[in-house]
Design a protein around this ligand. Structure first.
Ligand SMILES: Nc1ncnc2c1ncn2[C@@H]1O[C@H](COP(=O)(O)OP(=O)(O)OP(=O)(O)O)[C@@H](O)[C@H]1O
Ligand SMILES: Cc1cn([C@H]2C[C@H](O)[C@@H](COP(=O)(O)O)O2)c(=O)[nH]c1=O
Length: 207
């Protein structure tokens, strides 16, 4: 089963991701993230740092996703592991929808087409929702000279996340990211356990 954690920068994804690894240790989960730790991930981080051309940057994120699927996600799922990824496909659908605006006519359709036929859609996505001001306060970023961590960028990213939820509500669990971390962890780990049990039941009924 593939679980992803999404949200704007500073929403608390990494904190939850790390804690979920421990709270769900009985599943021996594979804990992973995008952008990843391969040379492609390094190239993505360089593109962010150097504010590369938005199309080049988007394609590097996609290349990182392909490597992530090949090297970690597919093998782990094939062995029946629970995979929990800090950021995944939806990050592209929302962040690159902003960065490609005005460059590509319909960025979301383009992004979907680029992923079509080879990606794996998550079984469950936990979306941490926090006000942009709280997120910026947490990351200590005030917008100046930042690439993504700017009020006007993160506001749109947050709005686009909500549109994805509207399109496919059964995949998402939205958690208020301003709640105490232990509360968020409890809700998230219960959601994962519930979805896992549901899927096992479905598989058993299909046999
Ligand atoms: N529920 C919470 N309540 C208060 N502070 C939190 C909470 N969760 C995380 N934080 C704090 O907010 C900051 C950002 O958290 P974290 O790194 O987990 O966010 P993130 O979404 O992974 O950020 P980024 O996308 O920028 O990597 C950290 O200082 C963390 O300790
Ligand atoms: C996967 C992915 C990420 N981003 C952006 C979001 C963040 O600002 C940075 C780095 O991610 P981190 O979680 O803070 O390490 O990259 C993006 O724009 N598109 C993506 O697909």
């Amino acid at each position: 089963m593939l679980v992803t954690i999404e949200g704007i920068d500073g929403s608390g994804k990494s904190t939850l991701h790390q804690a979920l690894g421990t709270a769900l240790a009985d599943f021996s989960p594979v804990i992973t993230r995008e952008p990843g730790s391969t040379w492609i991930g390094d190239a993505v981080r360089r593109a962010i740092r150097e504010q590369a051309d938005p199309v080049a940057e988007a394609l590097l994120f996609v290349a990182d996703h392909a490597a992530h699927l090949r090297e970690i996600v597919r093998p782990a799922l094939a062995e029946g592991h629970l995979v929990i990824s800090d950021r995944y496909i939806d990050s592209r659908y929302v962040y690159q929808q902003v960065t490609l605006d005005g460059i590509i006519p319909d960025p979301l359709s383009w992004l979907r087409a680029v992923h079509s036929g080879w990606t794996i859609i998550p079984d469950l996505t936990i979306l941490l929702a926090v006000p942009v001001a709280v997120a910026l306060e947490r990351t200590g970023k005030r917008g100046e000279g930042e690439h993504f961590e700017q009020e006007h960028v993160l506001s749109r990213v947050q709005e686009y996340y909500m549109r994805l939820v509207e399109e496919d509500p059964s995949r998402f669990v939205i958690i208020d990211g301003t709640l105490p971390p232990e509360h968020i962890l409890r809700v998230a780990s219960e959601a994962v356990r519930f979805r896992h049990a549901e899927q096992r039941k479905k598989r058993k009924n299909n046999k």
